[in-house]
Design a protein. Structure first.
Length: 139
């Protein structure tokens, strides 16, 4: 009588065992929605998510998001998208009247005012390489 054994589960002493690769999944956080005005001195941070604001963002207020920022009212304060370095982040604004806008650390301060072709207009802000692009949404 012959007994066959399956040695496929036996490790060869000369073979090194690899540790399983642990995969870190990003934490999903839902979009933060603010449905009232953001007052002077307020700071809102959407950590690990996008931010949607439905009310006016007053001068001296600050919006920060690790993802995109959408503002469906005038932006008179500051908006900082891609705060943790997300270069694909964008800012969408219904009416640009901002003090400062920033994407992934590239920023523009409007100390001399906003250019006439962008002031009070709907715009999108994004990076093209290391250049901060501000362009009208409607042509």
């Amino acid at each position: 009588m012959t007994i066959e054994t399956d040695n496929s589960n036996v490790l060869d002493p000369n073979t090194q065992r690899q540790n399983p690769v642990s995969q870190v999944l990003p934490t999903f956080r839902p979009t933060m929605i603010i449905n009232k005005p953001v007052r002077t001195g307020q700071r809102i941070y959407a950590e690990g998510s996008n931010l949607v604001v439905l009310g006016v963002v007053n001068a001296g207020a600050e919006l920060i998001a690790d993802g995109d920022i959408h503002i469906y009212a005038p932006l008179r304060g500051r908006a900082i998208a891609g705060a943790q370095g997300n270069e694909n982040a964008r800012i969408f604004v219904h009416s640009l009247e901002a003090e400062l806008i920033s994407v992934a650390g590239c920023f523009k301060v409007f100390e001399n005012g906003i250019p006439e072709n962008l002031r009070g207009k709907p715009v999108q802000v994004h990076l093209d390489g290391s250049d901060l692009i501000i362009q009208p949404l409607l042509s």
